[in-house]
Structure formats: structure tokens, C-alpha cells
Design a protein around this ligand. Structure first.
Ligand code: SF4
Length: 438
């Protein structure tokens, strides 16, 4: 079986490339050339025909990922399946199943059966959990088990994996030499791998045997997302030497993986102040040869707990605007608790708003929907307005809960409705688009 990358390089427009082109309103040949260059990856799976092909990368709509999964304190398979359903209903583009407790094979398989979204995982979680259960010590993880788990998860239908190949002895040395960090490390997989390297004195097997990782991914045409294992947990640690060292390694690996015919994506932070987001994305794009960039928010401040979905949306809008391709949502429970169903809803909505704001800045020629919404609002065509909103049902319910006396207006201004007054004064001047509006 050829990967999407290998097929595109041979000039083949696959069914998945056609589907992505159609969904995005682009020419199939343009998508093919970008897949061939490694600038677009396509999430699909040969054994999941119900799954829609999702493209991530240059020129495409910025996508939103929702992450779910159990923890040792809250471990409820049914809850995770419901969260997967909510993620799809709320318009997430991809789903990561990140369970760290319970029967991990059963949870993953149930989540896969419950959704049509492409599903991703972090296989290190299961590897270290199985080692902990068996030996009471995750440091006893046998690398062979790690490779076996990667394949087990891929065979179940996983389309992409965050794999921590770039956190190696060299990056750890940078972390030690700079005097650790203000915010510590926040990647679970990365921290466990650092502890494993520390206790065994060995190199990260995912780095040492990178070609083996790529071979497994290629077998299922899965996308390898190079995990941000040394991810900073505070904006003061953003772009420190350890962070940049891992990014250099990951960008190097992105090129090596592509040369092997594997679809590659790079994962970024994390916690980044607003003024550094553009530079962060520029660095990744330049060093990786424009590999699709998957960022986690990022959070541009460290003091928003309880409203971190809004903090992350501010960072995500900036990220999307400057070229990030996939944004992982953050929920209101971030830093505080395992997200519940309502947290998942709120996180996805905030992230969808953020990427829309970023996309209309990234692609100024894609603002027609915003213009149509504005005109419908100006003309008080409430039903037409709903067609252009991101959350029409929420908007309808809110308006209906507080209806005005005059049905044209709303209870915000009532008799002082500026739209109504403006239409009375300037209505006859409306003649299609403004001369300067196009
Ligand atoms: S009442 Fe105020 S908020 Fe409502 S439509 Fe009129 S101008 Fe807009």
C-alpha cells in the first residue's frame, strides 16, 4: 500500500486527495502537489471507511482537535464515549483518545466505534501504564513493548499518533544545563520518557529507531505527529534552549520521515506569550520545510485557570492567523480537573471561534460568510443571519428567551435600535456592495 505522500509524489490524485480538495473548495491538483511536498497531510485509515478524510496543512482551513480520555482518578468508559459523541456534534475535526487509566484497549476501541472523526493517540501512555502495572515501575518499560503497542493501536484504526521521538539525551542535556524551568515539564509522555532515559542511561528508542517508527506508520498510512515532549509549562519558559533544541530535532526528523514516504506533522507548544507566537510558527515552518504544525492552544498567559479555554482561544486565533494548521482545544478545566462533557463543549466552541478568526486573517479572500452575516444583521433578517453563524441554535435560543416588543429588533437596545434607525436614514443608499468594500 502506498501512503498518501508516496501516491502524490507519483502524480496520483487519490480518493482522499479528491475528498480533501472538494471539502476545502480547492483544485485536486493543488492539494496533490502540497501532499507531495509534505505541506499537507491527510488523516484516513484503510480499515475505517466510515471516516472522512481530513486534510491538515498549507492553504487548508485550520482544524480543531478535541482530546478526551480517562485519568487514574476519573475512569469511566461510558463518559469518554459520550465525550467523543459531543466532540463530533460540536464540530471538532479530529479527536485524540488520551486515556491513561482503565482498560485502554477497550476504551480506544469503543471510542473508535462511536465516532467518524479521525482518532489519534499518544502510545507512550499505554506503554508506560502497562510497564507500571507489570513491574510496578514504568522505568522497566521494554522498548519492544512500545513498538508492539504502536502497531496494536494503529491496527485498531488510529489515524495519527503523537510520538515523542525528539526528546533525546541531547535535548535533556540542554534542559539540565539551562537550570530546568520556571514551569517544569508538562508533557506526560515526554516526562516519562525523560525518566526512562535517566534511569536506564539509554537513548530514547523512538529516536534511536526512528526508521522503525516510520515503517509502522507507513504500513497504515498514519500521520506521525512529532510530539512536543519537552513542552514548556509557563510562558517564561517559551523558546528556551531546551524547547528550541527539541524543535530542531523534530524538524530534522520531519524531513527524514518524509524522505521515507511517511506523512509527517510537528507538534508545538504549549505556553507562549502573544508576542512570540508568530516567531514560533515561522521557526517551525522554516526548519521543517513547511510541515503541518499542530499547536496546543497555545496559552498566552499562566493566570487564566477556570477560563483557560478563552486564554487558549486568544493564542489559537493568533496561531491560526500566522500559519498553524491544527489547534488542540483547551477546556475550562485545564490545569484543574479532568474535563467533563460540558467542558468539552465549551472548549470546542472556543477553539472553533478562534480558528475562524485566525483563518479570515490568514485567508482574507475567505470572508464572504462574515460579510453575509453582517448584512443580514444590518437588515435585521434574523433567519438569514442564523445561516451564517457558527452557533445558530445557541443564538436563536438566546434571542427567543428575551424577545422584544418589536420583532425586528432585540432587547439589547429596544427602542434605541441603531440598525432600525440606520435603515430608516440610509436604507435607500444601499446599492449592493460598497464601492470600497470589494
Ligand atoms: S436592538 Fe441593538 S443589538 Fe439588537 S439589533 Fe438593534 S442595534 Fe442590534
Amino acid at each position: 500500500m502506498k501512503t498518501q505522500l508516496e501516491a502524490a509524489r507519483e502524480g496520483i490524485i487519490t480518493a482522499q486527495i479528491s475528498a480533501v480538495a472538494q471539502n476545502e473548495g480547492l483544485a485536486p491538483e493543488l492539494v496533490r502537489t502540497r501532499v507531495a511536498a509534505g505541506e499537507i497531510v491527510i488523516l484516513s485509515h484503510p480499515q475505517r471507511p466510515q471516516q472522512e478524510a481530513v486534510g491538515i496543512g498549507t492553504g487548508l482551513r485550520t482544524k480543531v482537535n478535541a482530546s478526551i480520555g480517562t485519568s487514574s482518578d476519573i475512569c469511566d468508559l461510558a463518559l469518554e464515549v459520550r465525550k467523543a459523541g459531543i466532540a463530533e456534534e460540536e464540530g471538532a475535526d479530529t479527536l485524540m483518545e488520551l486515556s491513561a487509566a482503565g482498560d485502554l484497549d477497550a476504551i480506544r476501541r469503543n471510542v473508535l466505534a462511536a465516532t467518524r472523526l479521525p482518532v489519534g493517540t499518544v502510545p507512550l501512555y499505554q506503554a508506560f501504564r502497562e510497564a507500571a502495572l507489570e513491574h510496578r515501575n514504568p522505568g522497566k518499560l521494554d522498548p519492544e513493548r512500545l513498538f508492539e503497542i504502536i502497531e496494536r493501536q494503529l491496527a485498531d484504526g488510529i489515524s495519527f499518533m503523537a510520538i515523542h521521538c525528539g526528546i533525546n539525551r541531547w535535548t535533556i542535556e540542554r534542559l539540565r544545563k539551562q537550570g530546568y524551568r520556571y514551569g517544569g515539564l508538562v508533557s506526560k509522555g515526554g516526562t516519562f520518557m525523560a525518566a526512562w532515559m535517566d534511569s536506564t542511561g539509554k537513548e530514547n528508542p523512538l529516536y534511536e529507531q526512528f526508521d522503525r517508527v516510520c515503517c509502522l506508520m507507513k504500513k497504515y498510512d498514519a500521520v506521525l505527529s512529532l510530539g512536543n515532549g519537552i513542552r514548556a509549562g509557563a510562558i517564561h519558559d517559551s523558546h528556551d534552549r531546551a524547547q528550541v533544541a527539541e524543535m530542531v530535532i523534530n524538524c530534522e526528523l520531519a524531513e527524514l520521515g518524509r524522505n521515507m514516504g511517511c506523512q509527517m506533522m510537528v507538534e508545538g507548544p504549549g505556553h507562549v506569550p502573544l508576542d512570540e507566537i508568530a516567531a514560533n510558527i515561522l521557526l517551525e515552518k522554516r526548519m521543517s520545510g513547511n510541515a503541518p504544525y499542530y499547536v496546543l492552544g497555545p496559552l498566552p498567559l499562566d493566570t487564566g485557570a477556570g477560563y483557560d479555554h478563552i486564554s487558549a482561544a486568544i493564542g489559537a486565533a493568533q496561531s491560526a492567523r500566522h500559519g498553524a494548521d491544527l489547534i488542540c482545544y483547551i477546556t475550562p478545566a485545564e490545569h484543574l480537573a479532568l474535563p467533563d462533557e460540558e467542558d468539552v463543549r465549551q472548549g470546542i466552541r472556543a477553539a472553533r471561534l478562534a480558528v475562524r478568526a485566525g483563518d479570515i486573517a490568514k485567508y482574507p479572500d475567505r470572508r464572504d460568510n462574515e460579510k453575509a452575516a453582517a448584512k443580514a444583521r444590518r437588515d435585521m433578517r434574523w433567519t438569514d443571519l442564523d445561516k451564517h453563524l457558527l452557533f445558530p441554535k445557541i443564538a436563536q435560543n438566546l434571542r427567543r428567551s428575551r424577545m422584544p416588543e418589536c420583532s425586528e429588533t432585540c432587547t439589547m437596545c429596544g427602542d434605541f435600535c441603531a440598525m432600525k434607525q440606520g435603515a430608516a436614514v440610509f436604507g435607500q443608499d444601499i446599492s449592493g456592495d460598497k464601492a470600497c468594500g470589494e
